[in-house]
Structure formats: structure tokens, C-alpha cells
Design a protein around this ligand. Sequence first.
Ligand code: NAD
Length: 471
Amino acid sequence: MGVNKDSSFLEGVNRMLDQAAETLDLPPGLAGQIKACNAVYQVSFSVGFRGGYQIFRGWCALHSTHRLPTKGGMRYSPSVNQEEVEALAALMTYKCALVNVPFGGSKTGLCIDPRDYDAHQLERITRRFARELAQKGFISPSTNVPAPDMGTSSREMAWIADTYRNLFPHDVNAIACVTGKPPTQSGITGRTEATGRGVQYGLREFFRYPEDVKKAGLEGGLNGKTAIVQGLGKVGYHAAKFLQAEDGVRIVAIIEHDGAVLSENGLCVEAVKDYIQEKGGLAGYPDAKFIKEGNAVLEAECDILIPAALGGQITSENAGRIRARIVAEAANGPTTYEANEILKERGTVIIPDVYLNAGGVIVSYFEWIRNISHIRFGRMGRRFEENKGLLTIEAIEATTGQAVPEKIREQLIYGAQEIDLVRSGLDDSMRLAYEEIRELHSERENVTDLRTAAFAVAIEKIARAHLEMGV
Ligand code: NAD
């Protein structure tokens, strides 16, 4: 049992899985097989700093190896534990299946507060952790490929890739052992923004269906809707920034680790981010109301609540007071099982984590493909596309005797760059997955919410793979 006697994260994920499995006609025992975590490696290692040694403890859970490699984030947080890592790994399995990424699910966690160490110390800790994992086969381009999560970024991924390459210099695909690397270190453009971008694309897709929007008690599109974002890290920042700049969403509150800022007229996401970077927190931010008890702001009035920080933020304790019409789960596991039931009862629409934050793993999949094919997307076709566009313009102008307007001309001769292809692939994946969720939701009377539908779509695909392979 976790906080407020709610189910723990792992119990919650398993109960949600069970709920969805009950709506399907699976052979006895198969749901149990899908739920089971295949392997967990726990490691303790020491790093010597000036003045002594420190022991660190980490875990790597490979939840399902029905597809390889397995894939999942690497989290640095003082609250990481084995159960959390197993729950996150399970979610990754279902997420990959749902968005048609041909990987199993995994998660890696190190129990550490990265803010307690400088970059040099973090590099030593990360390289040592990577060596421990790689030597036991828990990192490799063909078995398990971590990516950034809470407390890690492209910087840590570059250190891990370099460590792995030094350990296995004859592996031609060594660089594909992690994703989310800096673009200059064989990363892909658009990976840093990918999860937040995916949240934007997922919300756009939801708002394309007036019937779905109506179920949330809202109408119209995203433009003019109000949102509250919890956590202005990699995911929350990009989601909030794009929704504000490109979809006209008004960000009326931002919650961070030291409190929350609120403004009815809307906050400038970029300015808040700059302020946090400079001051280390939100306290003292000008032109907005500051509330020290940040989590109380989860209950403030808004159309869309976007938890994008920790798990277990909406519990049976506060769920009854959440006023948002839509909870858009950018974080992993922000809603406990019990809170999920309360929100459903109250008619709040939850766009579940297993779908909404899949942008990261989708673009990680693109990066892995780029790495094992050793070529940047768009390199072969870009100039060819541009030349074709030019020829088309010449043909139109010769036939009509009229000049093609400058704006259309520019669009016709534009050859797609890697970032355009990444965004297009991400958008397509998010749209298709939502369509699959909707279809199942509308076909089955016993499926009453998007989370159960999303889990059911995922389970059906994993079950098929198990049955075809022979369990
Ligand atoms: P991050 O470390 O970049 O950002 C987390 C942010 O939350 C930080 O700004 C931190 O200050 C803030 N925060 C910490 N404690 C808080 C509190 N009590 N209240 C409010 N804010 C608090 O992490 P991230 O990569 O953005 O991940 C955020 C969530 O999204 C996690 O649940 C993660 O598992 C999930 N996620 C991340 C990715 C990814 O690609 N990074 C992909 C899928 C899901």
C-alpha cells in the first residue's frame, strides 16, 4: 500500500491491466504471463570521491522480452526503488505495443538526487553504473536500450554510449545502446522535445473528435482552453510551450518542486523556465501569484490538468477535489488506481500515460533505427524532392503562363529535413494509436474509459505475439 492507503504504483498498473484483460477473451493464464516481469537486476557499486567512497544502488527491470530490444527510460531520483522500476517497465511494454513500437518494456533507476553532485561526479557515477549494466547484458543495442527520464538527459546518454563503445569497440552498432543522445553524438533531432511534442499531438487528436470533447463537458478545439502544468522539466516544458505557442492554450498555473505560480491571464512558459533556471525555483517569480503549497494547485479550476513530474500525485485524497475536465497524463503513473476510479465516477476524462507520453519512445525508436542503419533520415531524398518540386513549378508555369505564388513555391521546393520526418512520424504514430483506442472503446460496451481501452489494445497485440510464438 502506498500513500493514503492507495494501491502502490505497481499494484495500480497491475489492477488496471487486470481490468482491461477482463474485457478480452484471453486463454487462461495469458494475462498473468503478460503481467509478469521477466528479469530484474539490482546492483550496488561504489565510487570514490575525494574524502571517501560512496555506495550507490540501482535497478534494471526487463519486463517483457516478447520483442527485442527492450526499451525504457533511465531515472535518477532519491525515491527510486525496485517496485517503481518494475511498474515503469511494465508500462513501457504496454506503451510500445499500443503505439506500434516493436520493443519490449524496461526501466532503469538509480537511487540518487542528481542535484547533490556536480557534473564531474555525475559522469563518474553514470559511467560506473553503465559498466555494471553492460557487463551483465542489461544495456546493449540488441537487448536493452535505455533513454532519458526524470533526472537524466542527453548528457548522461552520451556518457553511457561512450562507456559502452569503449567496452565493446568491435560492436558496429554500439552507439545504438542508448537513445536520447545529443544530435552531435548520433542522436536524432527532435528527441529532447519528443515526449512533450507527443503530448501536444495526443491532445490535438483528442480535440479532433467533438464527441470525445463533449464527454469531458467541453466544446470546440484547443484554442482558448486553460491548462495547469505540474513539472516544467523536459516533458512539461515542451508540452506547455508548444500548446501555448502553437495551439493557443492558456497556461494558468505552473507547479514546481518549491511551489506554484498562477495567472488568470496566462503565464509565459519561456519566461518561467528562464526564471527557474536562474533562481532554482519559482519563489519570487514576478507578475504572478505564488503559492508555497504547490500541490493544492492541482485542484484549481482549468480545462486540462497536465501532471508532468512525479507519480502518485492524484490520489484518493485529492481526486474528489480535482476540477479539471481533462487529466492529460504526461508523467508516468500520476494517478493512483483509486484516484482513477474516483475521477471516472466524476466524469473527468483521463488521457492515460500509456498513450499520451509515448512520444519519447516513438522518437527513440526512430533514433535506434537511424543508429543501426548508420544514416540520417532525409539524407538520400531531400535534394531529389527539391528538384521534383522545381520541375513541378516549371511545368505549372509553362502550362498556365502564370507564376506560382511565392509561398506555395517555397512549400513545393522544400525537401524534408530530419526534424520534419521525425515530427511527421511522431504525429502519425500518435494519431493511429488514438484511433485504435477509440475504435476499441466504441466497439466494446464493457470498456468505459480511455485507459482501459488503451490497455486492451496493447494486451491484444502482446497476447497475439505470445500465442503466435508459442508461449
Ligand atoms: P525532468 O527531470 O526533466 O523534469 C521533472 C520536473 O519536475 C523538474 O522540473 C522538477 O523540478 C519537477 N518536480 C520535481 N518534484 C516536483 C514536485 N513535487 N512538484 C512539481 N514539480 C516537481 O523529468 P522528465 O523527463 O520531464 O519526466 C517527467 C515525467 O514524465 C516522469 O514521470 C517521467 O517518467 C515521464 N516521462 C518522461 C519521458 C522523457 O522522454 N523524458 C518519457 C515518458 C514519460
